[in-house]
Design a protein around this ligand. Sequence first.
Ligand SMILES: Cc1cc2nc3c(=O)[nH]c(=O)nc-3n(C[C@H](O)[C@H](O)[C@H](O)COP(=O)(O)OP(=O)(O)OC[C@H]3O[C@@H](n4cnc5c(N)ncnc54)[C@H](O)[C@@H]3O)c2cc1C
Length: 377
Amino acid sequence: MQDEVLVLGGGVAGCAASIALARSGRAVRMIEREPTPRHKVCGEFLSGEALEDLEMLGIDVVALGAVPIDYVRLAATRRAAEAPLPFPAKSLTRKTLDTALIAEAMEAGVRVEPGRSVQSLTRTAEGGWQARLDNGELCEAPTAFLATGKHDLRSHRRPDDPQRWVAFKMYYRLTPAQAAELTDASELMLYPGGYGGIQPVEDGIANLCWVVQQRYLARAGHRWDRFLLKMQEACPHLAMRLAGAEPLMEKPISVSRIPYGYIRPTTEPGLYCVGDQAAVIPSFTGDGISIALHTARCAVAAYLANQPAPLYQARLRSALLPQMRLAEFAADGINNAPARAILPFCLQLWPGVMRVTARLTRVAAGQVPMAPQAIAG
Ligand SMILES: Cc1cc2nc3c(=O)[nH]c(=O)nc-3n(C[C@H](O)[C@H](O)[C@H](O)COP(=O)(O)OP(=O)(O)OC[C@H]3O[C@@H](n4cnc5c(N)ncnc54)[C@H](O)[C@@H]3O)c2cc1C
C-alpha cells in the first residue's frame, strides 16, 4: 500500500500522531533514527494532562512501573518549600515510555522504520513530501508530520537559542534515607545560571536533570562535574540528596541549544509540525510531553478534517501563546532574581503555571474532533 503519511521522528509526538492516524485507517510510515529507544534528556515528569492522553493512546503507565508524584518541592540556597500538586502526576523513564509507544504504534499498524535517520525533507513536483534517508532511500507521501523533537532538519530549522541552554540528565541510586524523603515528590532546585529537578522514577532510582546557560558552564571550564559541584554549593538541599548516592551512568547525557519559548509561526501545506518542532516550553513546567501529545492530537484531527497545515499551525500558535509567555515569564523570574527572595513566589507560581498549562492545552470539546477514539473508525 502507498504511504499516505510520513511521520519523521518516533518520540512522544511522532508515536502519538502515528497511532491516531493508523487507528483512523491511514497508511503511516514512521521513521525513527534510533534502532531502539534509549535514554533522553528529560525530567520524566508526566503531568495530569499527559497521563490522560497516554491513557487514550492505550498506554498503561502504572503497569509500566510509573511512580506517583504528589508533591512539588522548591529548593534554593538553604531553603525549601513544599506544596501538593493540584493534579495527579507520575514519573516514568523515557526509555520505558518510548518503548511502549513504539510497540503501540506497531500494534496499530504503523510501518515503523527504526535505525533510519531522515537527512532532508523536500517538496515533490506533485505537492507532496519526499524524505531522503541516511541509506539513500527516498520515501514519498502526500502528507508529512515533522516530529524530530530537539533535532532540526537542515531545511526546517527553528531559530537559534540566544541563551544557549545546555541540559543534562543522570540517574542515581540514592541512599535509603534520601530515597525515602524523595518519595512522591518532584524537587526543583535553583542555582545561578539555571535550574534542575530531581525525582524518583521506576525501579527505585532517581532522575537528576538540569539546565544551565552556556556562559555559566564556561565558568566551570565547560565541565559538567565541576558545574554539578557548584550547583551543590549553591543549593545544599541537592548536596544532601546526592550525599552517598551511586551514579548509575558514567556521565550524564546532554543536549544543547534548546529554543525555550519557541512556537512555530507557520508551515507549508501538507506539513504538520508536532511536539518540540511545534512549541518548546521551559523545562521546569514539566509540560513538554503533554504539549507533544496535545499537538499530535490536534494535528491529526486537523489532517482528518482536511484542515490545511498552515491553518492548524496558526491556530495552535494562538492557543499556546498565553501559556508559553507565562512559563517564560516564570522562567525569567527564576533565572534573574536572587533565588532566596523569589522562593515563595516560585512555589506559588509553579503549580499555577502547570494548572494554566493544563487548561490551555485542552481544546474545548466539540471544537474539533480531537480524541483519537472519536477519530477512529
Ligand atoms: C532538560 C529537559 C527536561 C525536561 N523535562 C520534562 C519533564 O519532566 N516533563 C515533560 O513533560 N517534559 C519535559 N521536557 C520536554 C520533553 O522532553 C519534550 O518536550 C518532549 O520529549 C517532546 O517530544 P517530541 O516527540 O517532540 O520529541 P522527542 O521525544 O525528543 O522525539 C523526537 C524523536 O525524533 C527522532 N529524530 C530526531 N532527528 C531525527 C531524524 N533526522 N530522523 C529520524 N528521527 C529523528 C529522535 O531520535 C527522537 O526519538 C524536558 C526537556 C528538557 C530539555
